[in-house]
Design a protein around this ligand. Structure first.
Ligand code: XMP
Length: 511
């Protein structure tokens, strides 16, 4: 185990990712974590992340000096590096020149374990306004840049390493090598953390925890809840009941696809209940136009339907949640990064269900690791590589009132769009893409007749973290083909538009 102590920097999850890519297990904790807890965990290494503060300012995030005296190797990155120097007697000040972006770093000490196998001149990602003006006693400078006399420093004897730049960012060309050097060479991790053993281990733990108890899972058909359900099914078979609520706002055929995998005809051993609540939702949504109100109705109705089903099942011992690691970090539980969004998931936690405990088997995994686990357990690729799909479903891709007719239009248009994107071989390279239904109707002409129909909007974005996004550049021929097919095949549509807006100022979804 390596632990990452989070000081609020924007790349913190990346640090954890890179460490995991070395097949070393790691977890992120806030800088507020008690040192006793760290001692208990006895990690093989500690990484201090970047952060937005100046470490010499009053009230800045800090840590006890004892951290550096535990005999555990510590690597400080950016703010973490400055803090290490500051605490151990070095000096950090406002830099005369702020460094930002790709910067050439010159390695001065080729015997440094961090730079083993790294070029003497190497491009690194810098982002700092403070700098280490004097290194702490016992340290030597191991690299510099044109503007920064200490780009890295170390105290080899005590296994303390400070790096001003960001090796976790891919713009640092040999950054992965440096982090791997730290975890493998300095911390001497064995690098044998693998997905198959994680899955096996998790199944074993679930079995022990659940015993002969009953488990209930709200299955949405999304990647996370599907992988969680399969893991539970492998562990405890029919002690698991999955409730799948079809709210009528799913993509075309999605309800049947979920049933094909998890239902009685599918390969997994579990109880599967599909609730066809489509009409109920359409009734509730009738006449409602305001986006937030729609979201609220969809969310609340889900909880109600789910509770009703749970009541029929009776008392259960555990409730499964498909929480994944970024959810934990984003909601401020794991790390220090600001809470950025609190999207309401239809899979939100119902209040009135009688259960003892929550099981979150994917709590420690990143999204791509969840996918790996899914493939490992034999889930079909189309399910594992499914696009993100919002909890409120098509409800927030139909602007204005939701009706059964509009749902049909957007489902059909979206299915064509997805099919053509896949035909063009773009389905894995675009971050997220879907069709939405604008509330606009306009005049057109078709077969010599006047039409007055809806306009469909195509959306496709590339994004790394879904917090910012750019419209994807889809080849014109592909868009043209999609347009022709939608107009020809989807009744009620006479116009197709492509949304060019980035986020911000737009959002990815329409509502
Ligand atoms: P926005 O529209 O906020 O979307 O730019 C960012 C990402 O979040 C997804 N999204 C949601 N996911 N419940 C979810 O589970 C929601 O209410 C929700 N709203 C947006 C969206 O699909 C995109 O991936």
């Amino acid at each position: 185990l390596v632990i990452v102590i989070d000081f609020g920097g924007q790349y913190n999850q990346l640090v954890a990712r890179r460490v995991r890519e070395c097949n070393v297990y790691c977890e992120i904790y806030s800088y507020k974590i008690d040192i006793e807890k760290i001692k208990e965990m006895n990690p093989k290494g500690i990484i201090l992340t970047g952060g937005p503060n100046s470490c010499y300012e009053e009230g800045a995030a800090t840590y006890s000096k004892e951290l550096f005296e535990l005999g555990i190797p510590v690597l400080g990155l950016c703010y973490g590096a400055q803090l290490m120097q500051h605490i151990l007697g070095g000096k950090v000040e406002k830099a005369p020149v702020r460094e930002y972006g790709k910067t050439e770093v010159i390695v001065d000490d080729e015997t440094s374990p961090i730079f083993e196998g790294v070029s003497k001149n190497t491009i690194c990602w810098m982002s700092h306004f403070d700098y280490i003006s004097k290194i702490a006693p016992g340290f030597v400078t191991t690299s510099h840049t044109a503007d920064c006399p200490t780009a890295s420093a170390e105290n080899k004897e005590k296994n303390l390493y400070a790096i001003q730049f960001h090796p976790e960012v891919l713009h640092t060309e040999e950054g992965t090598k440096m982090l791997s050097n730290f975890v493998m060479k300095v911390c001497k991790c064995s690098g044998d953390w693998r997905m198959d053993s994680f899955v096996e281990e998790s199944i074993k733990k679930i079995r022990e925890k659940v015993g002969d108890g009953k488990v209930l899972c709200a299955l949405s058909g999304g990647v996370d809840s599907s992988v969680a359900a399969v893991m539970l099914s492998k562990a405890i078979g029919k002690q698991l009941t999955c409730v799948f609520v079809d709210h009528g706002l799913l993509r075309k055929n999605e309800g049947d696809e979920v049933e094909a995998v998890f239902g009685p005809e599918g390969p997994y051993d579990l109880n599967f209940i599909r609730v066809n609540a489509q009409q109920r939702y359409y009734d509730k949504l009738k006449g409602v136009e305001e986006p937030e109100q729609k979201r609220k109705i969809i969310g609340e109705e889900f909880i109600r339907v789910f509770e009703e089903e749970a009541k029929k099942i009776g008392k259960v011992d555990f409730l499964v949640q498909g929480t994944i690691y970024p959810d934990v970090v984003e909601s401020g539980l794991g790390g220090e990064s600001a809470v950025i969004k609190s999207h309401h998931n239809v899979g939100g936690l119902p209040d009135h269900i009688d259960f003892k405990e929550i099981i979150e088997p994917l709590r420690d995994l990143f999204k791509d690791e969840v996918r790996k686990a899914g493939l490992e357990m034999g889930l079909p690729e189309y399910l594992v590589f499914r696009q993100p799909f919002p909890g409120p479903g098509l409800g927030i891709r139909i602007i204005g009132e939701v009706t059964e007719e509009k749902v049909r239009i957007v489902q059909d248009a979206d299915a064509i769009y997805r099919e053509e994107i896949a035909n063009a071989g773009l389905d894995r390279s675009i971050g997220q893409y879907f069709a939405g239904l604008t509330n606009m109707r306009s005049v057109g002409v078709m077969g010599d007749e006047r039409t007055y129909d809806y306009a469909v909007a195509l959306r496709a974005v590339n994004t790394i973290d879904f917090m910012t996004a750019e419209a994807a550049e889809i080849p014109y021929e592909v868009l043209n083909k999609v347009m022709t097919r939608i107009i020809n095949e989807v009744k009620g549509v006479n116009r197709v538009m492509y949304d060019l807006t980035s986020k911000p100022p737009g959002t990815i979804e329409f509502e």
